[in-house]
Design a protein around this ligand. Structure first.
Ligand code: F3S
Length: 392
């Protein structure tokens, strides 16, 4: 792997121990995956933030690092709403450790914006062809597929290393040849809203880490693509997909349809909604916002909850920036008794573990809530989720 003189010096420890460790990680990954060199990246999104997932060992590791990141960098969701963790019934000891993690990242120059939808942040947007080092799997999928930027599914340490060095190793989805479709998925029915999450849940399980090329009956909007990518990244390990005539690389290239193909029918989508883990009457929490809600989603939820009162715990997860930019939507939603929860989510917070059963409108949450929180989970579209929330 070719390294510049500056990179060699960094590797020799001439710029301190933290940068030495960081470039060692990047070079090791590059050598494993056959990278020819390091390439500059425009931004980093760093996972490994919730105290629930990284614990004391993670806190200690981050606290031992020194220096400043070289590119704009933000964090993945933390284990709690950083401003109002009491409304989530978070243990004070957990809250203390969580704040320490955020402070340790901030000391490195990383923005404490904790979100899995960094593409909604002002000034952080990625463009077609940009090289990035993002780590949250749904954000990676969105960046690669919907924006046409280029990032691997970075782990927390490798995204942090890329942020400190300002570069990443040139392999995987940074290269043209890795971005070609490997499986053709023909969807034979019309879909809307969370149906795309159900589709992603089915396809991800089958294609693993392949690159699906979809032929759809209609044209999904970016929020529907967000649901599709998030679900495939969770039930499988899909980091990039294309939709004929919709996503930018499928518009710019005449992709040859891969030999491997699969067909999806309406009955398969319906089955995801009908799967039950326990009695639906057990549902005592409804969560929306996986991935974090956009302003448009908040607006729809506010409309659906207008003049209504929720009779269950309801979390609407979003980034603090989106919430701060739309205080009227937050007020309107919270008037119903639902909670707008920022900086965190139903999966990475320990606060959801005490509930009996959850209803979600996300194929990703449908995969992770049962496995990471131990809570049986139902799938419904946003209309069903809100109906269930206000049911007497
Ligand atoms: Fe985001 Fe949490 Fe879902 S990080 S994609 S809301 S599991």
């Amino acid at each position: 792997m070719y390294l510049t003189k500056e990179e060699e010096a960094m590797l020799d420890g001439e710029e301190g121990e933290t940068l030495q460790k960081a470039i060692e990680i990047l070079v090791a990954l590059g050598e494993i995956y056959g990278a020819d060199r390091l390439i500059p990246v425009k931004s980093a999104q760093i996972a490994g933030v919730s105290y629930k997932t990284i614990g004391d060992a993670g806190l200690e590791w981050i606290s031992d690092l020194h220096g400043k990141v070289k590119i704009p960098s933000v964090l993945n969701p933390a284990g709690m709403d950083l401003h109002d963790w009491k409304k989530m019934d978070i243990d004070p000891e957990f809250a203390y450790k969580q704040q320490k993690i955020i402070e340790a990242y901030e000391k490195l120059g990383i923005s404490p914006k904790c979100t899995c939808t960094p593409y909604y942040l002002e000034g952080f947007n990625a463009s077609y062809g940009d090289h990035l080092a993002w780590s949250e799997s749904s954000a990676v999928s969105y960046a690669n597929s919907v924006i046409g930027a280029r990032t691997n599914r970075e782990g927390g340490p490798s995204a942090l290393s890329a942020a400190l060095v300002g570069k990443t190793a040139n392999y995987g989805y940074h290269l043209d040849e890795m971005r070609k479709p490997t499986v053709w998925v023909k969807v034979e029915c019309e879909l809307e809203g969370s149906d795309y999450g159900a589709l992603g849940y089915i396809v991800g399980k089958i294609v693993g880490n392949g690159v699906p090329l979809f032929t759809l009956q209609g044209k999904p909007d970016n929020e529907e693509l967000k649901f599709l990518g998030a679900a495939m990244a969770a039930s499988g390990a899909v980091a990039l997909y294309h939709v004929e005539d919709v996503t930018p690389e499928a518009r710019n290239n005449k992709f040859i349809k891969p030999d491997e193909k699969m067909f999806i029918e309406k009955s398969q989508i319906r089955e995801i909604y009908e799967r039950v883990g326990s009695d639906i009457n057990d549902v005592d929490i409804i969560t929306v916002g996986c991935p974090h809600c956009s302003a448009a989603e908040l607006s729809l939820i506010a409309e659906l909850l207008e003049d209504k009162t929720v009779n269950k715990e309801v979390w609407i997860c979003t980034s603090r920036e989106v919430a701060n930019n739309h205080p009227e939507l937050v007020r309107s939603i919270e008037k119903s008794g639902a909670k707008v929860v920022c900086d965190t989510c139903m999966v990475v917070s320990p606060a959801t573990e005490k509930f009996r059963a959850m209803m979600v409108n996300s194929g990703k949450a449908l995969t992770y809530v049962p496995s990471m929180c131990g809570v049986p989970t139902y799938f419904g579209n946003i209309y069903k989720c809100i109906r269930e929330a206000v049911k007497e």
